[in-house]
Structure formats: structure tokens, C-alpha cells
Design a binder for this molecule. Structure first.
Ligand code: PLP
Length: 229
């Protein structure tokens, strides 16, 4: 096994143990291997090492990689901020968009989907830490946004996503992950079932799994430190 493949096995084992600590079935947590800035050969190694879901930040970069690696046995997720003028490219590329943070963006995805007679699965990104530097809807506005997005026919809301402020200590991220889960649980009581929770990155995914993550987005712990962001 290569280094990348060893690290995938390690991350999966940590996910399994974190789930087990909370009596959660390990198959309820899926690993998104974040392959932004990573070259094709190393991504291929990851796929051969059991990375089934790849996460990309930029549409154009993802498009080139998807052309090279295909979509057979691989799911591609868009995890980075999506600009409205890029929406026309996402159909046929991505299986899930994690980063829908406004009604305008959702409407554009819906509009493009309607033109092509396709549906897109999405998550609503919530700015759970009220962080000025982060995208996402305010938690207080999440119900209103989910309600409006749920009316769009060519879009299917599967859950919530969050990127909390960065802390060295994962225990400081934990309350944000708890808050996202509680927001999801509350939205469920309001009639909006949102099974997926995309939360947790390389330095804190175990805490996120303990707090209920169903998708963890792990880049550098698999591929090594990135030079660019
Ligand atoms: C880059 C990125 C990640 C992965 O970050 P690591 O710290 O390398 O695991 C996760 N989520 C999003 C939205 C990202 O942009």
C-alpha cells in the first residue's frame, strides 16, 4: 500500500472508532477525500485505496479531473463556494453540492436543472460559528431558506453543511458541530427531514463524527499538506 492508501485506511479506522464510541453504525459516516490541488495520479491512488467520494472546491479544476478519472465507481462532491455563473457546468459532474448558501444560488441550480430535466442533490451551508470570513446562511435564517429551497422541483435538499472557525484544538470545534446537529434536529421537527450532516475536516473529524457527522471532508490527513488553499 502507498502512503496515501495507508492514510485512507487510518482515517477510516478513526471514523469507525469515533462512531463506535457513540453507538453509531460506522456505515452511517462516509469519507469525502478532499482532492483539491492534488494531481491526478495521486487521486487515482486514493481511489484504488478505497476513496469512493472525492471532494473538490473549484468547478473548472474538478471538470478536468473528472474528464481524466471518470465517474465510474467514484462520486464527485462540490464542497467549495459555487458562483452562479458556474452553475451551468455542475450537471453531469457532481453527485452532491455541499455549499448552497442562498436562495438565489438554489434558484439558479433549479433553473439549470429544469432546462436539462435533471435534479441536483444539495446541502445547505450554514455559517454555524457566525464567522465573517465564512460562507453560509445564518443559523437563524436556515428554516426560511430550507423552506424556500424545498419548493424547488429540480433540487433535493439532503442536509446541512458547515465549516466552523479554525481552532487548533478540535474540542473547540465540537460545540459548533453539536449546534449544527441540533439545528438539523429542530428543522426535522419543523417538517424538513435532513439526514446528511457534512462536518469535520482533517484536524477535527473525529469530534464531528461523535457529534453526528454523516459526511466528513478530509484532505491533508490523506494527501498531505497543500501548498495552495
Ligand atoms: C479544503 C477543504 C476541506 C479539507 O480540509 P483539510 O483540513 O485538508 O482536511 C474540507 N472542507 C472544505 C470546504 C474545504 O475547502
Amino acid at each position: 500500500m502507498s502512503d496515501i492508501q495507508n492514510r485512507i485506511a487510518e482515517v477510516k479506522e478513526k471514523i469507525r472508532l469515533a462512531a463506535q464510541r457513540k453507538n453509531r453504525p460506522p456505515e452511517g459516516v462516509r469519507l469525502v477525500a478532499v482532492s483539491k490541488t492534488v494531481e491526478i495520479d495521486r487521486i487515482r491512488e486514493a481511489v484504488e485505496g478505497g476513496a469512493i467520494i472525492l471532494g473538490e472546491s473549484r468547478v473548472q479544476e474538478a471538470r478536468d479531473k473528472i474528464q481524466a478519472l471518470g465517474r465510474e465507481g467514484i462520486q464527485w462532491h462540490l464542497i467549495g463556494h459555487l458562483q452562479k455563473n458556474k452553475v451551468k457546468y455542475i450537471y453531469g459532474l457532481f453527485d452532491l453540492v455541499h455549499s448552497v448558501d442562498s436562495l438565489e444560488l438554489a434558484e439558479e441550480i433549479n433553473h439549470r436543472g429544469a432546462l436539462m430535466n435533471r435534479r441536483m442533490d444539495i446541502l445547505v451551508q450554514v455559517n454555524i460559528g457566525h464567522d465573517q470570513a465564512k460562507f453560509g446562511t445564518d443559523p437563524e435564517k436556515a428554516l426560511d431558506l430550507v423552506k424556500k429551497i424545498s419548493r424547488l422541483k429540480n433540487l433535493s435538499v439532503k442536509g446541512l453543511m458547515a465549516i466552523p472557525p479554525y481552532y487548533e484544538d478540535p474540542e473547540e470545534s465540537r460545540p459548533h458541530y453539536t449546534a449544527l446537529r441540533e439545528l438539523r434536529d429542530w428543522l426535522t421537527t419543523q417538517g424538513f427531514g435532513l439526514p446528511e450532516l457534512s462536518m469535520g475536516m482533517s484536524h477535527d473529524f473525529e469530534a464531528a463524527v461523535e457529534e453526528g457527522a454523516t459526511l466528513v471532508r478530509v484532505g491533508s490527513a490523506i494527501f498531505g499538506e497543500r501548498i495552495h488553499v
